[in-house]
Write a protein that binds this ligand. Structure first.
Ligand code: COA
Length: 329
């Protein structure tokens, strides 16, 4: 049976206990709180414990989202995990989370790889699968243990990222509610792969060795910055046009939490005051696929997103990928 509209029925998030401040970071690489905060807006980030895997964080966030949606695991028939830091190359983190959550065997479970745009990609995919009428309730999770793919001697990257997970439950709009996913839009520009990448560790360079590139994240920060601004502006403008909504009608913009200066330029482009944006990167840094679901969960719990609110989600990441979504709560 196909429902006419689908909504985000619940949200959840999880962050590891260990806080690493900019002062702590300055003990690891040659940097300072002043440099990091003035260039990015980041003050601290969370670092997962050695025995705490991406699937553990994903499972913890999903449990909260299920509770929020008042659903039990046996009601979920689709699970998508967006991550660039899976527990293992094989199987998918989604299958590991399925077992940890006790989802039914008939559930379809798989990972999506779109780096920091991963959550928006997974949301779009889940929504399309629900609209097909073949699935009823989806769990969409963004989870990352980025601390394992950072070069802790490279101050140009390691200061920017953190570990976390966020999750949403999607299902048919409840009777009497106007909540719905209004639209989604995805893009990629594969010719810019090398601006932001992990060059080693995949099939092109599987084994560590003297001539093999490292399996750590590398980035051309300035170029990525320019792309991020242009891509996020495109993604925001297009989804508003596609859905016939003006920027002014958006109650809360939840952008990918990479850099406050990038977010400020999107605000100028959309001609919206900065208080229309939800920002929590000061506390968590860039948590890639976890960034948007972590932010929307905090925005809901703090009352910034209320029932009936219209939210614009906008992301960019390695690929380069970017995307947006409009959601009525
Ligand atoms: N602490 C202190 N100094 C640092 C530093 C750090 N953590 N990282 C870089 N620097 C130095 C550089 O070595 C450089 O020194 P130099 O002028 O002597 O060569 C100087 O600071 C300026 O570096 P630059 O890279 O030009 O800084 P920037 O103003 O472009 O800011 C970023 C760097 C990374 C903050 C910025 O480019 C950015 O945010 N890019 C987008 C990154 C992003 O969002 N990635 C995730 C995508 S999902």
């Amino acid at each position: 049976m196909s429902a006419s509209s689908f909504a985000l029925l619940g949200t959840g998030a999880y962050v590891p206990e260990r806080v690493m401040t900019n002062e702590d970071m300055a003990k690891v690489v040659d940097t300072s709180d002043d440099w990091i905060f003035s260039r990015t807006g980041i003050k601290e980030r969370r670092i997962a414990a050695e025995d705490e895997q991406t699937s553990d964080m994903a499972t913890a966030a999903a449990k909260v989202a299920l509770e929020d949606a008042r659903l039990t695991p046996d009601q979920i028939d689709l699970l998508i995990v967006a991550t660039l830091t899976p527990d293992l190359p094989m199987p998918s983190t989604a299958c590991i989370v399925q077992a940890k959550l006790g989802l039914p065997h008939r559930a379809a479970c798989f990972d999506v790889s779109a780096a920091c745009s991963g959550f928006v990609y997974a949301l779009d995919t889940a929504w399309a699968m629900l609209q097909s009428g073949r699935y009823r309730h989806a769990l969409v999770i963004g989870a990352e243990k980025l601390s394992t793919v950072l070069d802790w001697s490279d101050r140009t990257t390691c200061v920017l990222f953190g570990d976390a997970a966020g999750a949403v439950v999607i299902g048919p709009t409840p009777e009497g509610s106007k909540a719905e996913i209004v639209g989604t839009k995805l893009y990629s520009e594969g010719e810019n792969t090398e601006l932001l990448w992990i060059p080693g560790g995949g099939s092109a360079h599987p084994a560590p060795g003297p001539d093999v590139p490292p399996r750590f994240m590398q980035m051309k920060g300035r170029e990525v910055f320019k792309f991020a601004v242009r891509e996020m502006e495109d993604a925001a403008r297009d989804i508003l046009e596609q859905c016939g909504v003006s920027a002014d009608e958006v109650d809360c913009v939840v952008p990918h939490q990479a850099n406050l200066r990038i977010i400020d330029s999107i605000a100028k482009f959309l001609k919206l005051p900065s208080d229309r944006f939800f920002v929590n990167l000061e506390l968590y840094g860039n948590t890639s696929a976890a960034s948007i679901p972590l932010a929307i969960d905090e925005a809901r719990r703090s009352g910034r997103i209320k029932d009936g609110s219209l939210s614009l989600l906008v992301a960019f990441g390695a690929g380069l990928t970017y995307g947006s979504a409009l959601v009525r709560w």
